[in-house]
Design a protein. Sequence first.
Length: 83
Amino acid sequence: MFLTDAFVMATFTVPEKITTDPQSMLWLLPLVAAISIVYKATKLPEIKFVNFLKETVILFGSIVVFMFVTALVLYSIAWLVIE
């Protein structure tokens, strides 16, 4: 048991390397899903499954679309400055 605990604690000594390539950006999706679920769970006055799921999916989609549009705008600005 001690060896397993030591390995788990050792993983926190080195930060996880997440690059900025498109494949690594997929780590954004579980984070956005968790944020959407927690936010809607705290903001809806009463939680009914269908309504909760609909609101969570709408928030998830709007965050992902906003992040995508923001990335495109920043990429375009960087391209204009460099070229």
